[in-house]
Design a protein around this ligand. Structure first.
Ligand SMILES: Nc1ncnc2c1ncn2[C@@H]1O[C@H](COP(=O)(O)OP(=O)(O)OP(=O)(O)O)[C@@H](O)[C@H]1O
Ligand SMILES: [Mg+2]
Length: 373
């Protein structure tokens, strides 16, 4: 029998229906519009991934939904998580996929694209601290709702996270690849990314018991990057030549240079904003990247802390008096000014290169040199 495609008859729960036009095909399945349900789409698994093997996982997702209401803003409804709503079967009643709320993917961007200021500006994405804190707060809140049901993303990293450009709400897609809590059974996540893997799992295999602490670690890395010009918390300047050159090696050796007490092996990246963060946030990062995995802040704790900074009425983030487009924490100096001055000074002192060798504008060359240390 041919695999289901546009026009195929399907059953959504008990109701007969049809698949509409294909939206996009991914590694595990294809996502289709549903003419009978304009607010929903269907993900149909590719035959090669053995669709029936997803049956119990999707059933478990239907039973334990994260409590995440759609957000209404400016007359628009924002779906924060594409969680399954109903099972999809073929004409003969075989499991082939699921329906989920339709989400306007074109109005979203990857969190990765907002991390580097230059890239964000070029893409017309926000660069201000207030926006970044809002994004971080929204991300932590979505994860808190997921974690409350004991589901974990596991492969949590900026390229896997999307947000709505207009509202800065998070849009969590591809949820069937998460680690899912079933009734008396867990459905594991198949992959993780070493640059976002906690120190303890750089050494030992990541097990079921560690998935929440792993998500807490990866969340802290993403928040650190969001609040600190895209700098990875395990990058910096090695103090000696025994410091691993790769990020996973530095995570394993606990080369976190941005703690309140500093690090024996690493110096911070000189353009880092960590010294201009409030103590409350620095302490949260210190717990996230410290020696004790059990002390890592939960997603809910991050959400509570960040939400206060994200609310303009609280006045915890203010507009810079010198540069109106900069924002900084109240009572702290402006990290964007510090960064800009340092980058300009580095560019001025840089040895000029012949034009044929370096096609990049000088400021970009300087920024790259400073950031890659
Ligand atoms: N709820 C949704 N509403 C609208 N479009 C969606 C939705 N879910 C997924 N898509 C689109 O379909 C694509 C593939 O979906 P998804 O990532 O779930 O599939 P996948 O096969 O698991 O992919 P991957 O190999 O990346 O894991 C997405 O990148 C997105 O463009
Ligand atoms: Mg997938």
């Amino acid at each position: 029998m041919s695999s289901p495609s546009t026009g195929s008859r399907i059953q959504i729960g008990p109701r007969p229906s049809r698949l509409g036009p294909l939206i996009k095909s991914g590694g595990a399945g294809s996502v289709y519009l549903l003419p009978d349900y304009p607010d929903s789409v269907a993900k149909i698994y590719h035959a090669r991934v053995d669709p029936p093997s997803y049956t119990d996982r999707v059933e478990a997702m239907l039973q334990l939904r994260p409590k995440l209401p759609d957000q209404l803003e400016g007359g628009k409804r924002y779906v924060q998580i594409a969680w399954p709503d109903a099972v999809v079967r073929d004409e003969r009643g075989r499991f082939i996929g699921f329906t989920m709320p339709a989400l306007d993917v074109d109005s979203t961007s990857e969190v990765e694209q907002v991390l580097q200021e230059r890239q964000a500006r070029a893409a017309g994405l926000p660069v201000g601290l207030g926006h970044k804190v809002t994004l971080a707060a929204n991300l932590a809140s979505v994860l808190a709702a997921l974690h409350a049901q004991h589901h974990y993303v596991v492969d949590l990293k900026p390229v896997n996270l999307r947000f709505y450009r207009a509202s800065l709400y998070i849009a969590l897609l591809d949820c069937d690849g998460f680690s899912i809590q079933g009734l008396g059974r867990r459905f594991h996540a198949p992959q993780f990314t070493p640059d976002y893997l906690a120190p303890e799992y750089q050494v030992h295999t990541l097990t079921e018991a560690g998935e929440e602490t792993q998500d807490r670690f990866a969340l802290a890395v993403v928040i650190f990057q969001l609040l600190n010009f895209g700098i990875h918390p395990y990058s910096g300047r090695p103090k000696h030549d025994r410091v691993p050159t790769d990020v996973p090696g530095r995570i394993r050796e606990r080369c976190y240079a941005y703690g309140r007490r500093g690090n024996a092996a690493m110096e911070p990246n000189p353009v880092s904003a960590h010294a201009m963060m409030p103590v409350q946030l620095r302490d949260l990062f210190d717990r996230a990247f410290g020696q004790t995995p059990a002390a890592r802040p939960s997603s809910a704790e991050w959400g509570d802390a960040l939400r206060a900074y994200a609310q303009p009425s609280r006045g915890l983030i203010v507009v810079c008096a010198k540069h109106r487009e900069h924002q900084h924490y109240a009572g702290q100096s402006c990290a964007s000014c510090m960064r800009q001055e340092l980058l300009t000074r580095t560019a001025r002192n840089a040895v000029p290169r012949p034009k044929t060798v370096s096609p990049l504008p000088p400021i970009w060359t300087a920024a790259t040199r400073v950031q890659l240390q």
